[in-house]
Design a protein around this ligand. Sequence first.
Ligand code: CMC
Length: 430
Amino acid sequence: MNGTAELIIDGKTLTLPTVVGTEGEVGIDISTLRSKTGAITLDPAYGNTGACKSAITFIHGEKGILQYRGYDIAELAQKSSFIETAYLLIYGELPTAAELTGFSELLTENQMLHQDMRHHFDAFPPKAHPMSILSAMIHASSSYPSAKTRYKTLQEAFPIHAARLISQTRTIATNSYRKAAGLPPSYPKTNLKFTENFLHMMFSLPGEDYELNPEIVRALDLIFLLHADHEQNCSTSTVRMVASSQANVFASASAGVCALWGPLHGGANQAVLEMLQEIHREGDDGTKFLNEVKNKVGNRRLMGFGHRVYKNFDPRAVIIKEQCDKVLATLKKHDPLLAIAKKLEEIALSDEYFISRKLYPNVDFYSGIIMRAIGIPVNMFTVLFAIGRMPGWVANYKEVMDDTDSRISRPRQIYTGETLRSYKPMSERA
Ligand code: CMC
C-alpha cells in the first residue's frame, strides 16, 4: 500500500508519496520538498527522520522487538553464534556449513596485523584510552595491504576487508589492553574460535595459557552478538555518512568507533560501572543517587537507562540480565555492584519520573557487570561493544556501496546567525 500525504505550506498543498516498509512502518517521502516549495524539514537529532531504506535490522521500539535480517534477537541469542550472526548481517542469509567455514577461514587468514603496525602501538602513551587506540589503528590499517590475500578490484576486496575489520579489531583491542597493562603483545591461535581467541589474547601470559571456561566464552559471545547491529543509531549513521562520500570501509568504521565512544552511546557501559562504583563508594543503596537524578542535580542521568527507540523494554537487556546471573553463579562471585544495579532497577521501574518518560534498562545496564566478572577492565567495555558492532557497521557500509542510487549524505540547516553585515576595522570593534 503506497499512499500519499498532504502538506500545506502558505496555502499551497503539496502531495507527497508515502513509503511503507516490510514491517508496516510508514515514511513520508519529502525528497522533492525543497525543490517544489523552498522549505526544508527541521528535525534536530533526527528523531523523526528516516535517513535511508535498509534491509538489515528491524526495531519496533514500543513492542521491544529487535530482528536481524528477519530473525528475532532472542532466537539468534539462543541458537546462533557471533560469527554466524556476523555473516547473516553482512551477507543477508544464514550461512550454509561451507559458507560458514569459508567465512571463518577468511577471518583466521586476516587476523594478524601487519608487523609494521607495532610502531603505531608504540607511539601511544601507556595510559591512552583503548577506544582512541582502536579508532586510530583501524584507520591506520587501511594504509597496509592485506598480508596474505591479494585482490584486483574493490568489489573483490570487500569480503577480505570485512574479514580484516572483524578479526583485526579484536587483535587491536586485546593488544591495546596489553600495552596499557605493560604485558607483551599476544597473537591469535588458529585453533581457537573468535571469542575464545579474544579471551586468550587478553589474558594469556608468556608460558601460561588462559584457561577457557565454556560458560564465560558463551556469555561473551552473546554480548558480541547482542551488540552486532542496531539500525540507524549514532555510530552506524556515522559509518553510513562517511561511506556515502565513498570513503573506504576502514575510514568509515574508524569514524563509527569515534561516534560510539560517547557516554550517551556505547560509552554508557563504562559510565554505568563508574556510576555503580561511585554509589557503592558513597555507601548509598541507590536511593540518594536516584533522587539526584530526578531532581536533575548536575544533570545526572541513570546510566544504562532510557533509549531513543525502545519505549517499553530493550529486548537485549532482558537476555543479558539473565546471562549476568548465570555468569556470576558460574564464577561463584558475589558482586555488591549487582545488588546496587538491581536496587536501582527496582526503584526506577516503579517511580513516576522514569515511568512517565518511558525509561527502562538498556543493553548497557547489565553487560558491564558480566564484563567486570570476567576480568575485563572498565575502560575496555566500550571496545567490546565496538568488536560486537563491527559486523553491523560493515553490513551498513556494504548496503551503501551496493545501492546504485546512493548519494552523498548532506543535510541542510536553518541558519540562525547574523544576516549580511560589513567588515569592521579593528579600531571600531568594542
Ligand atoms: N536518566 C534520567 N533521565 C533521563 C534518562 C536517564 N538515563 N534518559 C532520559 N532522561 C530524561 C531526560 O532528562 C528528559 O527529561 P525531561 O523531559 O524532564 O527533560 C527525558 O528523559 C527525555 O530524554 P532525552 O534526552 O530527550 O531522550 P533521548 O531519546 O534524546 O536520549 C538516551 C536517549 C539513551 C541518550 C538517554 O536516555 C540517556 O542519556 N540514557 C543514559 C545513557 C545510556 O544509557 N545510553 C545507552 C543507550 S543504549 C546503547 C546504545 O545503543 O547506544
